[in-house]
Design a protein around this ligand. Sequence first.
Ligand SMILES: [Fe+2]
Length: 408
Amino acid sequence: MNLQIEYYNDGTDFHEIDPLSINPEYLTDFSIYEKLQYKGNQYRFRCLLLDPSSIPKERLMELLRSWKNVYIHEHQAKNYHQYLKDNLSYILNHDEIDISKKTDTLISLSTEVVKESFELNFAKAGCGKKALSNIHQLISQAIEFITDINSLNGIANLIGHDYDTHTHSIKVGWLMATFINANKDLFTPKKDHGFKNLLIQATVAGLLHDIGKIKIPSNILNKNGKLDNLEYIIIQSHTAYSVCLLFDTGISRYASQAILYHHENEDGSGYPTGLASDQIPMIAKICHIADVFDALTSKRSYKESKSPYEALKIMAGNNPYLDTLKKFEKEVSDNVKIPATALVRDDYDIKLRRLREKEMMEEEAKKRVEARTKLRDQGMVHCFDKELLKRFIQTINRSESFELSALL
Ligand SMILES: [Fe+2]
């Protein structure tokens, strides 16, 4: 479709873009407009550049620097989107582009790729391989940015937002990559290529660590109250489901280990296998720390988000009520019935009595979950490798957006 040189409208047909995001070295296929006030809520969109590829690179660079806000037409949004995918590393590594714009671009493109994987029919031949290759492609473009300590400022901007499985997965991968890059001495790769590959594999693991949740019925996954034994086991099976789904995709053994064991606790109280301390692969321990940190600092419908300081204080705290906490956890897996006696006067109305009983059970379950969360918040250090957790706090503290010295 041929675009016009000028449009007069309320702006709904146009998208604002950052002129600095345009790579003068790349042959673009979208036109650039400026927005001028016209009448009331109407604007005049005037074409500044019909084809950015048609002018000399130096002139284009000059122009891009002189423009503040530019727009593209809705009809070319797809072209621009493809352009972003192809030029993600250019944008993420551009010194003058604002960190929040970089973060937005990274999150929106990665959400798309992660969502595609989560919605995929893995049973269909070749689908999993294709999804993994798309993820690899994206991570390879983003790896330089996400492994830089300064990129933690981007993560800091996202803290406290509502929990969303896809964004959560991206942040876990991102935190793992930054952590591993800042703690190279923990790893012994043979060559530089080996270390870059390790960073990519760790990020893949973070992005896909919870993919098995697509196999968990949503009424169980999103249940607010107490889980019964079967539901608890079903939820726990997401780690095994994740590796099963990815089994034929060619995912590395390293990433699979992180995914399978990311809920194992240092003291052996985790799942799926109850591994303890040295039995747990280090990559899984790192994934566990990043996972819990992000979960605690995200907002849920039933809980407020914690600040990074509060979250890490809980994670590094010794729990004085550990025995009681473990009893609560055992109660969930043992499926102990909660006594509930219906106090309904009209005993003849069985429906009413059952309804009241159900309500009482739910109230009790809610109270129990709240009590368990309160107990957990007294300290979680038994879940993590203390040395790795200390390094995690040190790493995050290196970014200007976090102030965690009091925890060190
Ligand atoms: Fe998980």
